[in-house]
Design a protein around this ligand. Structure first.
Ligand SMILES: [Zn+2]
Length: 140
C-alpha cells in the first residue's frame, strides 16, 4: 500500500471506526476485559494504517505501555499534580502524564463568566439552574 496521507473521506471513516471500537471497549471492560483490549488493539491498528494521530479523547483512555483500556476507579488511578493529570495504569504500573494547562485556562474563563452572570440578577440564575436540570435529565 502506498504511504502518505489518505483522502479525507477515508480518514473520516477510519476515525469513526476508531470511535466505535473505543466505545465498545468501554462497554465491555467490566464483563470482558480481554475483548476490550482487543478493541484497543484494533483501533490502534487502524490509526497506524492510516497514519493518523489518535484523538486526545481516546489516547488518554488506554495505557501506552501495555495498551489496556483504562477506566478510572477500575484499573487506573488518576491524580492531579501541579499542571498535569497523572494517570497510573494498575495493570502494568505505567505512569502517563497529561498537561492540563488548556483545561485550567478554560475553567478560569468559565469561572469569570459565571461571576458575570451571577451579578446580573436572580432571573438569569434560575435560567442557568433549569439548564443544568435539563442536562442532568438528558444524561440519564
Ligand atoms: Zn499498562
Amino acid at each position: 500500500m502506498r504511504r502518505g496521507r489518505r483522502p479525507k473521506w477515508m480518514l473520516k471513516i477510519a476515525e469513526e471506526r476508531i470511535d466505535i471500537l473505543f466505545n465498545k471497549a468501554d462497554d465491555e471492560l467490566t464483563r470482558h476485559p480481554e475483548r476490550s483490549n482487543r478493541y484497543v488493539e484494533m483501533a490502534r491498528n487502524i490509526a497506524k494504517k492510516y497514519n493518523m494521530k489518535m484523538s486526545s479523547k481516546w489516547s488518554k483512555r488506554f495505557c501506552h505501555s501495555c495498551y489496556h483500556f483504562m477506566k478510572p476507579g477500575l484499573n487506573c488511578q488518576i491524580r492531579l499534580s501541579d499542571s498535569s493529570v497523572v494517570i497510573k495504569c494498575l495493570e502494568c504500573g505505567n505512569i502517563n502524564k497529561i498537561p492540563y494547562m488548556k483545561e485550567k485556562k478554560e475553567r478560569r474563563r468559565r469561572k469569570i463568566e459565571y461571576n458575570n452572570t451571577s451579578k446580573k440578577g436572580i432571573n438569569e440564575q434560575i435560567i442557568i439552574n433549569n439548564h443544568h436540570k435539563h442536562r442532568k435529565i438528558k444524561n440519564k
